[in-house]
Ligand binder design. Structure first.
Ligand code: IPM
Ligand code: SF4
Length: 467
């Protein structure tokens, strides 16, 4: 048998029917649901009097609109309606919901894996672009639109077309102070936000193998920011150790059998990819985005780039526009950029390891006077509880951070956590688009360590030297 890529293996295992033009009906194992993209889907089912095909495949939670200061009441009417509608729909369709206030509630891409709902070999969908996160478990996972949410609910299948395969290999080990987030930003800086368009990206190599499951999730989370529909990492002992004992993971009796299968979930030696990119971990530094796209990224030791040095007219104009929006002047050293707010959270970087890393940086120090708000928003109730059990909340509070309830929060500001126009924020999230964190807000994407250090210094700092 010819050598197969991991993507091929996952794809082939789920084909229900393939048309001659390549259009494929794919079986879906796990359907994650949140309040933003599910209301019309449930409504469609209701109107069409169609039941769920396999309601047990669905795990639902409220995340985008949940308030983070208290979780007792939602003041914003639209937010409240979305969250309440989800609860009503889950109740009438008999869907498992982890609602606001439940310890297991959280950002769908944090709480899902935490519950073991994402397992190697699965197809996983969610009406959310960052579903690529789940590819860290050697699962074929991608975001879908609301009408597709309804289709999956009604049929347990999705109409899809095969992606091309791109393998990004990161050789060597990561230098001190360099995290999975920096790897993600480095790759996007290298291949561009369109570099992965039409591809499923498999991340491979020693540096990737060396990442924890949390780091792998951070990386796959941002595959979508490189233009790819899915990110993938082969399953190994790190994957299995993370999953063991989680509520949705196979029971002890079936565990051995599952692991035997999961061990086959990697690209075979000699498998051929449509495209290959090889990078060296040694060249990766702590990174900061300077513009309004995740590919606009530089080393923290670098400076704001100068559009005048860019020969490509389109690129130059987009750089100029980004600099105006960001209120930055070309050639300013990144460490001279001072900040107004710091956000540690989002499905990219709000897991326990992220919070531990940030807490280690802030311990015994205090947030700088120019920082109006530094906030930590754990990715789930269980992450929050774990952090509190370890005393991390106290470290953050004593340093002057706010310690919040879980949710998407200021990653996109669907709740009340937003930047005001002109405010500049160091954020551990994944998108720095114009207005992403609030109209006129300016976002710089960084790792949790870098965000924590920036909160203490009041401006960006190289964590390798100063902390
Ligand atoms: C609201 C949701 C549909 C959206 C997404 O698809 O990614 C959001 O999570 C985001 O990060 O922009
Ligand atoms: S944390 Fe941000 S990126 Fe992740 S699902 Fe929520 S809004 Fe989207």
């Amino acid at each position: 048998m010819t050598a197969q890529t991991l993507y091929d293996k996952l794809w082939r295992a789920h084909v229900v029917r393939e048309e001659s033009d390549g259009t494929t009906l794919l079986y879906i194992d796990r359907h994650l649901v949140h309040e933003v993209t599910s209301p019309q889907a449930f409504e469609g089912l209701t109107l069409g009097e169609r039941p769920l095909w396999r309601g047990q495949s669905i795990v639902a939670t409220a995340d985008h609109n949940t308030p983070t200061v208290t979780q007792t009441e939602i003041h914003d009417l639209v937010s409240r309606l979305q969250v309440e509608t989800l609860s009503q729909n889950c109740q009438s369709f008999g869907v498992t919901l982890y609602p606001m206030g439940d310890r297991r509630q959280g950002i769908v891409h944090v709480m899902g894996p935490e519950q073991g709902a994402t397992l190697p070999g699965m197809t996983v969908v969610c009406g959310d672009s960052h579903t690529s996160t789940h590819g860290a478990f050697a699962a074929l996972a991608f975001g879908i639109g609301t009408s597709e949410v309804e289709h999956v609910m009604a049929t347990q299948t999705l109409v899809a077309r095969r992606s091309r395969t791109l393998r990004v290999t990161v050789d060597g080990t990561l230098p001190e102070g360099v995290t999975a987030k920096d790897v993600a930003l480095y790759i996007i800086g290298h291949i561009g936000t369109a570099g992965g368009t039409g591809y499923a990206i498999e991340f491979a190599g020693e540096a990737i193998r060396g990442l924890s499951m949390e780091g792998r999730m951070t990386l796959c989370n941002m595959a979508i920011e490189a233009g790819a529909r899915a990110g993938l990492i082969g399953a190994d002992d790190v994957t299995f150790a993370y999953l063991k004992g989680r509520p949705y993971a196979p029971s002890d009796a079936q565990w051995g059998q599952a692991v035997t299968y999961w061990r086959t979930l990697h690209s075979d030696e000699g498998a051929v990819f449509d495209k290959e990119v090889t990078l060296s971990a040694q060249h990766i530094e702590p990174l900061v985005t300077w513009g309004t796209s995740p590919e606009m990224v530089v080393s923290v030791t670098g400076q704001v780039p100068d559009p005048r040095l860019e020969k490509d007219l389109v690129r130059r104009q987009s750089m100029e526009r980004a600099l105006i929006y960001m209120g930055l002047i070309a050639n300013t050293p990144m460490i001279r950029i001072s900040l107004d707010k710091v956000f540690i959270g989002s499905c990219t970087n709000s897991r326990i390891e992220d919070l531990r890393a940030a807490a280690a940086v802030v311990k015994g120090k205090h947030v700088a006077a120019n920082i109006k708000l530094a906030m930590v928003v754990p990715g789930s109730g269980l992450v929050k509880a774990q952090a509190e059990a370890e005393g991390l909340d106290q470290i953050f509070l004593e340093a002057g951070f706010e310690w919040r309830h879980p949710g998407c929060s200021m990653c996109l500001g669907m709740n009340e956590d937003r930047l005001s126009p002109g405010e500049r924020c160091a954020s551990t999230s994944n998108r720095n688009f114009e207005g992403r964190q609030g109209t006129g807000g300016r976002t710089h994407l960084v790792s949790p360590q870098m965000a924590a250090a920036a909160a203490i210094a009041g401006h960006f700092v190289d964590i390798r030297e100063n902390f």
